[in-house]
Design a binder for this molecule. Structure first.
Ligand code: 6MZ
Length: 369
């Protein structure tokens, strides 16, 4: 296995990370204990669910419902956003697209907008690293900083701080109606000035119909938002996969069960694929990595990037995903560096960010290849 340390140190790009799936276990347990003490939940039941290591896709979605009970209030959403971004920055992720499903909860006065404002407050509250989430042209330039090549900022006072670019994707949950999906897209459009760059379609892949989400996704595309779709996550979805590929999203996630004609269509479309190895193995999409479609896509030079999906739920990190790919598919350092660097070309942020990311990887190349 390529040393985890090396994978930890190389600059990385994360494009498929769900906020509530990336919460630290320690935070979930703390929140569960507090709700247990108030008699809202039975802590012992919840503790065993959170601490369990491998879970089927069905169990996984039950866990998400439980996590949402624990996290869905404004202060907690702010807290988990802060922690998740700090965790990503600590493993030298220089650019992350964090996705989350805006939620409503009338009892506590939460609207989709106030949920997202809580996320933004989380980004604002981070002081251990520089967080760039405001798109170019709207950012306050900090003239006292210079790039040193690995996502690290050299300050004029001599101290060294990390910098992470954060952009947000709003997720439509497959349980939602057309109207709810449209509300999410409209919110995304209103929040472009605070770093929202696109829309994701996710949620339990055996629920919901493509036709329900299509009007909102079309509208998003027409309005210039980028779209990524969870596509081919479960078997026997030929029609849906075909319709999704015809839609020409800017990226797709998973793509585990794209076979035959659709596989050919995917390859000729060059739509980049977000690959989540541990998630796919834990949810039993493949018996082992040997059967994973990573290697087929990689050998045919299809655009792709390694991602975590849910670092909390699947107990992984992006560094670990690179280390796994190295050992399972024989990637060397140069290949891993190039794999993450190539994602620069399909991030949803504007060209200014792409130029900065290219500079970061160019400067880091001498140390990592
Ligand atoms: C499909 C997934 C997912 O949005 O509440 N989510 N959807 N497949 C997956 N692979 C296992 N992992 C996470 O984060 C949690 C939500 O993200 C989606 C699900 O809708 C889950 O409820 P947010 O921050």
């Amino acid at each position: 296995m390529e040393s985890l340390d090396w994978c930890l140190n190389q600059p990385k790009i994360e494009l498929h990370a769900h906020l509530n799936g990336s919460v630290r276990d320690s935070t979930l347990l703390e929140l569960a204990r507090a709700l247990g003490e108030r008699g809202v939940i039975d802590f012992n039941d919840v503790e065993s669910v959170i601490s369990k290591d491998d879970r089927s896709l069905v169990e996984c979605f039950r866990l998400f419902d439980l996590i949402h009970v624990l996290t869905t209030d404004h202060a907690t959403v702010t807290r988990i956003t802060k922690e998740v971004i700090e965790d990503f920055a600590s493993e030298n992720i220089v650019y992350v697209e964090l996705r989350t499903t805006p939620k409503k909860n009338a009892v506590i006065g939460m609207t989709k907008r106030s949920y997202m404002e809580a996320v933004i407050n989380g980004l604002k509250s981070i002081d251990s690293v520089d967080v760039d989430y405001i798109p170019s042209g709207m950012a306050q330039q900090n003239s006292s900083t210079t790039l040193t090549g690995d996502g690290i900022i050299g300050m004029s006072n001599g101290s060294v701080r990390k910098k992470i670019y954060v952009r947000l994707l709003l997720s439509i949950d497959r349980r939602e109606t057309t109207a709810a999906a449209m509300e999410t897209v409209k919110l995304a459009l209103e929040m472009r000035d605070v770093g929202v760059v696109g829309i994701d379609l996710s949620g339990n892949p055996v629920i919901g119909e493509w036709a329900t989400f299509l009007p909102a996704l079309k509208f998003a595309k027409e309005q210039g938002l980028a779209v990524t779709l969870h596509c081919g996550e479960v078997p026997d979805r030929k029609e849906e996969i075909s319709a999704m590929l015809n839609f020409l999203p800017q990226r797709i996630g998973h793509a585990c069960f794209i076979k035959g004609e659709e596989r050919i269509k995917l390859k000729s479309s060059k739509i980049p694929v977000e690959i989540c190895l541990t998630s796919n193995i834990r949810t039993e999409r493949f018996p082992s990595l040997e059967y994973h479609h990573f290697i087929d896509l990689y050998k045919s030079k299809h655009p792709m990037v390694l991602c975590t999906d849910d670092t909390g739920v699947f107990s992984t990190t992006l560094s670990r995903e690179y280390s796994l790919a190295a050992s399972a598919f024989g990637l060397g350092r140069k290949e891993m560096f190039e794999l993450t660097r190539s994602a620069t070309e399909f991030v949803f942020a504007d060209d200014g960010v792409k130029i900065s990311l290219r500079e970061i990887f160019d400067a880091a190349a001498k140390n990592f290849m």
